[in-house]
Design a protein around this ligand. Structure first.
Ligand code: ZN
Length: 326
């Protein structure tokens, strides 16, 4: 009321005074801000019960929102929005806006030998899945890597975290997408592990009875394109030979060579023979007036084989062209 009266009064006063009133108004706002800043700094630095309660409140929000780092370190945009009426959060946001930073902040990172949080990888999409992650105590990327730092398949994640096999894991594709396309996510990965990945080295879905069932359900009639990593330095690409028996340990992969890999397309061509050839096959219907050609099979382990692509491939000149990303 006081402000209103003052401003109203100023309408009939000379410019100079009017400006001065505005200046006073700003000063009052500054004072309120200053009081808020002083108040929150006192609370955070308080060694008595009040300070402990303040930090507990922050921890509780951090836990409820399932964040790996302290809110005194970073407040994600969705938290700022969700807690805009929360005095504590809005005060800390104010401190950040004044460039006040905190040292000695606790982080869950200190409790685990892990470095890369799902929040860092999923960013603005994280909050959609945070309750799922919290329920299953998943907070860091490292929790879903295997012994060789390869990303677990969805199936293996279900096994590891005791999830029903039909759980959708909607975040998984999001994660893969971000690891490959989000430069910030890749930067974090490279920085943490001292790597120079241009895209993340990922393991996709294991080639098994389930992946074949899913492929058939999606009416993908073409044979899946597989990658086998028996020899990790030189993975084999190919399609499964006819009548693959999933009860065996190994199977025959019709071997293809990558002839070009440009942008989002990869072009592959049947291998005729290589150092790894274990048997040969001939296409069932050779063109007329043509000698039946003979191509290379490589016998490989199922458990090192993942599905690269299950859609239809376009045909190049004596080759197949695979779109790599959606
Ligand atoms: Zn070959």
């Amino acid at each position: 009321m006081y402000l209103y009266l003052k401003l109203k009064l100023s309408v009939s006063t000379p410019d100079a005074i009017f400006n001065e009133h505005l200046y006073n108004f700003r000063k009052i706002q500054d004072n309120q801000m200053q009081a808020k800043v002083t108040n929150i700094l006192l609370q955070l630095n308080d060694q008595s019960l009040m300070g402990r309660i303040t930090h507990l409140r922050l921890k509780k929000i951090q836990y409820n929102e399932w964040l790996s780092t302290s809110l005194l370190h970073t407040i994600p945009p969705h938290i700022i929005k969700k807690y805009r009426n929360n005095f504590l959060i809005s005060s800390i946001v104010l401190l950040f806006s004044l460039n006040i930073k905190f040292y000695n902040n606790d982080s869950f990172n200190n409790l685990f030998p892990y470095n890369i949080s799902f929040y860092d990888l999923l960013l603005e999409n994280y909050y959609r899945y945070s309750s799922f992650f919290q329920k299953h105590h998943i907070l860091f990327l490292e929790q879903i890597l295997d012994d060789q730092d390869y990303l677990l398949s969805k199936r293996d994640i279900c096994v590891k975290f005791n999830l029903a096999p039909h759980v959708a894991l909607k975040w998984y594709n999001n994660l893969i997408n971000n690891l490959n396309n989000n430069t910030e996510a890749l930067r974090i990965l490279n920085q943490t592990y001292g790597q120079q990945f241009a895209s993340a080295p990922l393991k996709f879905n294991q080639f098994n009875v389930d992946s074949e069932r899913i492929r058939k359900e999606k009416n993908h009639s073409a044979k899946p394109i597989l990658i086998n990593a028996d020899n990790r330095n030189n993975p084999f690409i190919g399609t499964p030979a006819k009548r693959t028996n999933f009860n065996d340990v190994t199977f025959d992969l019709k071997h293809y060579n990558i002839i070009s890999h440009i942008g989002i397309h990869m072009e592959i061509q049947r291998c005729e023979e290589c150092d790894d050839t274990t048997s040969f096959f001939s296409p069932s219907r050779p063109h007329r007036h043509q000698q039946p050609a003979s191509y290379c099979n490589v016998n490989v382990f199922f458990n090192n084989t993942v599905v690269l692509y299950t859609g239809t491939t376009s045909k190049g000149l004596n080759s197949r062209i695979i779109p790599i990303s959606k």
